[in-house]
Design a protein around this ligand. Structure first.
Ligand code: GTQ
Length: 356
């Protein structure tokens, strides 16, 4: 958009009438007929140059969050929680709104050995980023996805899913859903269902290597979401070979895609993994979508508009849209790996996507 500061040249009016400028009796008459004058609110609704944003840069340290989540495991049995989750709520929106950004919901979920989170499906799309523990699994439409650190598991809109845990220690994962948007549209609901029997999975193994896909891809599987589990071992290997292949590339980043279409893995939120080379600093340009950073390996110094914090392992942060982010890998010896989620697919579909 072209911005013009000079209001004289554009013929734009300097200041608009206020609500208080109108007689109370007139305002009452408007209200009685469910009417409102636009001009007192016009500038707030369409601010100059940069949108108003409630989303605040917020950082959740795993070290301090984890004991509270484990405490929830003592205080609330799974039967009383169904999903035992502490929501990472952005204070800018109000903690009670339970949203990280306009479209993103984040939650840390705990499943203890032997527990089950029963089958349901819902309209919001979800993904799980596994943070800690082994032996848990998510069944998605009959496909059993094992949960190990860094694995990404999709449970797209409308697909049955349940979680179980056959291991010995607590398992914790990060839930990323588009609940705030789907709720705002008055389309958020869930349905309970019976346990699903696991069928032989194919996604993760069938599509594990870039450049070659199963020949049946060209006949199309008929599934809207052919790949549901994205093991971290494969994503990590892809990042390392990308970094090796393109030593001059600044952003060593991969996008989680639907391997049959090459498009975003889900419809509303986008998911990515970023590698910072040893000692690397990287500036992420300001773009319209809000974004989430979750440190999978290593430590990253982050600066967002002068607000500085460190992402230690398993820490999570959210950054509002239209905001640049400076990242620096603290290690001079090892790469750092960050999982990212953002609102890009939504912004692109709506035609509001922008890089500044
Ligand atoms: O695991 O199905 O954090 O339905 C919120 C809603 C997790 C889940 C959340 C859910 C789930």
């Amino acid at each position: 958009m072209q911005d013009t500061q000079d209001t004289k040249d554009t013929g734009r009016f300097e200041s608009l009438g206020r609500l208080e400028d109108l007689p109370q009796s007139y305002r009452d008459e408007l209200t009685a007929q469910n009417l409102a004058p636009l001009w007192p609110s016009l500038r707030a609704m369409l601010p100059p140059h940069v949108p108003a944003r409630r989303t605040e840069t917020t950082h959740w340290a795993y070290r301090s969050l984890r004991p509270l989540l484990l405490k929830a495991g003592e205080l609330t049995p799974i039967e009383k929680a169904e999903r035992r989750v502490l929501v990472l709520a952005n204070p800018g929106h109000g903690i009670d709104k339970m949203q990280a950004s306009p479209a993103i919901y984040l939650g840390m979920q705990l499943l203890l050995p032997g527990e089950k989170a029963p089958a349901h499906r819902h309209t919001p799309n979800a993904v799980r980023m596994v943070v800690e523990g082994t032996g848990a699994w998510t069944l998605v439409d009959g496909e059993k996805c094992p949960m190990n650190r860094g694995d990404l598991i999709l449970t797209p809109s409308g697909m049955w899913h349940e979680h179980g845990h056959d291991g010995a220690d607590p398992v914790i994962w990060l839930d990323v859903l588009d609940i705030p948007l789907v709720y705002y549209m008055e389309t958020s609901y869930h349905v309970e269902g019976p346990h699903q029997e696991a069928q032989a999975g194919q996604g993760a193994k069938a599509y594990a290597r870039g450049g070659v896909v199963p020949t049946t891809v060209f006949q199309r599987s008929g599934k809207r979401y052919p790949m549901l589990c994205y093991p971290w071992a494969d994503t990590r290997a892809a990042l390392l070979s990308l970094a090796e292949d393109q030593p001059d590339t600044g952003a060593v980043q991969v996008t989680y895609v639907n391997p049959e279409t090459g498009r975003d893995a889900e419809n509303i939120l986008g998911f990515y993994a970023l590698m910072l080379r040893p000692g690397q600093s990287l500036r992420l340009a300001a773009r319209s979508p809000a974004q989430v950073l979750h440190q999978i390996e290593g430590q990253t110094d982050v600066d967002v508009d002068g607000k500085a914090f460190a992402l230690l392992e398993a820490d999570t942060a959210v950054v509002p849209g239209y905001t640049a982010v400076e990242l620096r890998n603290r290690s001079e010896l090892e790469p750092a790996f960050i999982f990212m989620a953002d609102e890009s697919p939504l912004h692109r579909k709506l035609g509001v996507y922008e890089t500044r």
